[in-house]
Design a protein around this ligand. Structure first.
Ligand code: 6R9
Length: 654
């Protein structure tokens, strides 16, 4: 499609009711956006006042984007505590208000309503427990928990004492957990006996036990009781959270942290090597998470807000815990999955808790859409005001279903584009300010200057109707500061290819109206059900198997998951390509990384298309996986062009 054809897409303006309610209407957006670009220090200086500071900042922005000297600082001379901002400062006015609604996996189990006062006490107890285990300011704590309130207590407890948390998604394998514990040299792992999800249980503690075999002997394990399932126990290493919580004091003084002290590390996939530890700091991150939560979702005091993500991903950090709690919101935490016990669960939870803002991923929408609209229609969704999506581009069909069937045409959909690295939303329509175009992230948030560059020359493509790679000019307070332990990798990954800009790794089109459309990753990162994965990670898991000589992994379009994982595998000479081996390799990858990395297709490849210098031509492999043989491009530069014919002839059936 040409850019002009795209511009004809139907736009959905906000209703008068939405505009009237909104914090930001069209005129205010224009005015605030212009101010945020004209004088970032003044704009963010003002926004910083959203938080309570122990020592107020006098400096706002101190940023150097030049390659070799990248340094990013916001509010650098201010001090504050994140947990105090999410809890203590609300106690006087909303101590009895529900902070967290917890909805368990089984709908027949009772939901919990945890007030701000209770959350404060629980967090303090957890903080005191961690201190009693020897955790100090600056130490790292890995959190490997189900979606239970203790996950929020653990995050806030770390923030309270100045420890740096690193959450590992409970779906990751022991190997992936061990790599992350060792990567940040964590002192403690916080886990639970088991994680119930969709009626099944993941044995988290025994996963942690397996991981701990590959960690330093000094690493301790704090175990939360979730199911009461059996666990093995090593005295001196394992600590019983529930027992300790009975004794722990329910007050713990918040540590005074510098705005630039790290708040958390979150490992995320890139195009090369193993996942990197994205570092977010204290002041700027919280200002940005709080502001985007309020403005993007048009959150108002008293609203019930639900983000269906897992705290193992950045969305859970910024939009289940930190942003909402900084704003004194009621945030819903859901332990289960959209399709358990049936495809009506999301909507039943919306009805039961009178949810006003609902934020989920396109992959969930597509899966539920496939089940039929009866599951939605039997629920009362009249409290919904704003819908959101995140994680991957949303296709117009799913967007329309979300808009019509879920939102009944009266709830704006905010399509929020952002990344682990960005801390919060960088582009999104605002509910009361923009006419929506299905599939478009529309407009930059305040202070964000998106630029579209020519991928080869790196020259900025000005004007509308252009497509290229998406970079961001200048910084914003929620931006990551470094890669844990490897600042050089940080600069190389994000600031080397296009000098003077932050490179997002995404492609993007600015349409004739100046609205932005994310076209997907331009690097070797694939997006499976909204989970980010480096093809390199799956490849290295495959080649770690004794039967595998070589592997190349690409993404291909998948109806529900967005992208599926397509693996080309070259076996060792003495190996037979059997169906059993295919199954074994699938299982192997699940064990090495986790179920989310499970290959969808494994095609045996006697040879891989390589250049004469030995570089695998992924472009060709992608086309074959997509069943698109007409546009393979020039294959004559390959060392052995005949391998392509062989791969086409034997293309695996899905
Ligand atoms: C928040 C999160 C980041 C990558 C990003 C992009 C894709 C996220 C999107 C989207 C189109 C959206 N992505 N939101 N693509 N439209 N609304 O997902 O972080 O896990 O780091 O993934 O996800 O490709 O670069 P993360």
């Amino acid at each position: 499609m040409t850019a002009a054809a795209h511009a004809e897409v139907k736009a959905y303006p906000p209703s008068a009711e939405t505009v009237a309610r909104a914090h930001v209407n069209a005129a205010k957006y224009e005015e605030m956006y212009a101010a945020s670009i004209a004088d970032p220090a003044a704009f963010w200086g003002e926004q910083g006042k959203r938080l309570d500071w122990i020592k107020p900042y006098t400096q706002v922005k101190d940023v150097n984007y030049s390659f070799g000297n990248v340094s990013i600082n916001w509010y650098a001379d201010g001090t504050l505590n994140v947990a105090a901002n999410c809890l203590d400062r609300h106690l006087k006015t909303r101590g009895d208000q529900t902070a967290i609604i917890w909805e368990p996996d089984e709908p027949t189990d009772e939901a919990q309503h945890i007030t701000y006062a209770e959350l404060h006490r629980r967090t303090c107890r957890m903080a005191n427990i961690l201190e009693s285990m020897g955790v100090r300011k600056g130490d790292r704590v890995v959190i490997y928990l189900p979606m239970i309130p203790e996950a929020a207590y653990a995050m806030l407890a770390c923030a309270r004492i100045g420890a740096i948390h690193s959450i590992v998604f409970a779906g990751f394998s022991p190997d992936a957990l061990a790599a992350r514990v060792n990567g940040c040299d964590a002192k403690v792992i916080i886990t639970a006996d088991e994680a119930p999800r969709g009626g099944r249980k993941t044995p988290l503690k025994s996963n942690a036990d397996a991981a701990l075999l590959h960690c330093k002997d000094s690493v301790k394990c704090l175990v939360v009781k979730r199911t009461g399932g059996q666990t093995t126990w090593i005295d001196g290493r394992d600590y019983d959270y529930n027992e300790m919580a009975l004794e722990a004091d329910d007050y713990c003084a918040p540590a005074e942290m510098n705005a630039e002290d790290p708040l958390f590390i979150l490992y995320t996939s890139g195009s090369t090597g193993q996942p990197k530890g994205v570092v977010h700091t204290t002041g700027g991150y919280l200002v940005y998470a709080a502001m985007t939560h309020e403005i993007s979702f048009d959150y108002h005091d008293g609203d019930i807000y639900w983000c269906t993500a897992d705290v193992g991903w950045v969305t859970g950090h910024s939009y289940i815990v930190y942003g909402p709690l900084a704003n004194g919101a009621t945030t819903l935490m859901f332990e289960g999955v959209p399709t358990y016990p049936d495809a009506s669960r999301f909507w039943q939870v919306c009805e039961k808790h009178k949810v006003n803002q609902f934020y989920t991923a396109p992959t969930a929408i597509r899966a539920l859409m496939g089940q039929g609209k009866e599951y939605v229609e039997k629920c009362d969704l009249s409290d919904l005001k704003v819908l959101g999506t995140v994680g991957e581009p949303i296709n117009p069909e799913a967007w329309n279903w979300y808009n019509d069937v879920v939102g009944k045409g009266r709830c704006p959909i905010v399509d929020t584009w952002w990344q682990t690295e960005t801390g919060g939303h960088l582009m999104t329509p605002l509910p009361g300010a923009h006419a929506l175009k299905p599939g478009s992230a529309m407009k930059p948030f305040f202070g964000i200057q998106p630029v579209v560059l020519d991928p080869q020359s790196g020259v900025e493509l000005n004007g509308n109707g252009v497509e290229g790679v998406l970079c961001i000019k200048d910084s914003w307070p929620g931006q990551m500061r470094t890669v844990w332990g490897d600042h050089e990798r940080f600069e190389k990954t994000y600031f080397a290819d296009y000098k003077g800009y932050y490179f997002t790794g995404d492609g993007c089109r600015r349409d004739e109206d100046g609205d932005y459309w994310i076209t997907g990753r331009v690097d070797d990162v694939i997006n499976v059900s909204g989970h980010r994965m480096g093809t390199a990670e799956v490849e290295s898991a495959l080649v770690a198997h004794a039967a595998v000589a070589e592997a190349a992994v690409v993404g291909y379009p998948h109806e529900i998951k967005g992208q599926g994982i397509y693996c080309y595998v070259t076996l060792m000479n003495d190996q037979e390509p059997t169906e059993e081996l295919r199954q074994e390799l699938r299982k192997w990858v699940r064990t090495e990384i986790g179920p989310i990395a499970s290959p969808d297709v494994i095609q045996w490849a006697p040879g891989l298309p390589k250049t004469r210098s030995g570089k695998i031509m992924r472009r060709i492999l992608r086309k074959i996986a997509e069943n698109d043989f007409g546009s393979l491009g020039d294959t004559s530069t390959l060392a052995d062009p005949s391998v392509v014919d062989d791969l086409i002839a034997n293309r695996a059936s899905k």
